[in-house]
Design a binder for this molecule. Structure first.
Ligand code: ZN
Length: 159
């Protein structure tokens, strides 16, 4: 049996993903926003090729965000087709009205549920929307992975 603890240790974002984070935070400020993370696993690193926004029917509140499921499902299918099946749904991202974001108990429960219904794992990325600056991303992100078959959450290091 493989020790899954060592399988995925890092996370990396494409220019497109970083651009979405910056533009969404600029648009929503302290109101939460987010979307899904699409990409692939390579050499133990989650490569986020594409981040989406929440879509036209997303719910944005000060302490709550929910993406538009029809919209994100459509983008996930499209990215899968356009990449010949290489880029898949890896998880979710959303912002918090914090500088150094921390997941809420609800975030952890939600990630747990998503991992349970996934094939292997799910990733959660939280970005601190206060004074957000892409250059300070290492201090303003919090990313964890939850494997379906493991109890614990594991941090993903920005690579
Ligand atoms: Zn949250």
């Amino acid at each position: 049996m493989v020790n899954v603890k060592s399988v995925i240790t890092g996370i990396k974002f494409s220019e497109q993903a970083l651009g979405i984070f910056a533009s969404e935070i600029e648009k929503y400020g302290r109101i939460e926003t987010g979307g899904v993370l699409i990409g692939r696993i390579q050499d133990g690193v989650a490569i986020i090729e594409k981040a989406t926004n929440g879509g036209p029917n997303a719910t944005h509140k000060e302490f709550f965000f929910q993406a538009d499921p029809n919209y994100v499902d459509m983008i996930i299918d499209m990215e899968f087709a356009n990449s010949d099946g290489k880029n898949v749904y890896l998880g979710e991202w959303h912002t918090h009205p914090q500088t150094h974001p921390q997941p809420s108990p609800k975030d952890l429960r939600s990630l747990d549920e998503i991992a349970d219904t996934s094939e292997e794992f799910a990733i959660l990325l939280i970005l601190g929307a206060i004074d957000f600056n892409i250059k300070r991303l290492p201090n303003q992100y919090y990313s964890i992975i939850k494997y379906k078959e493991e109890e614990d959450f594991f941090h993903l290091i920005l690579t």
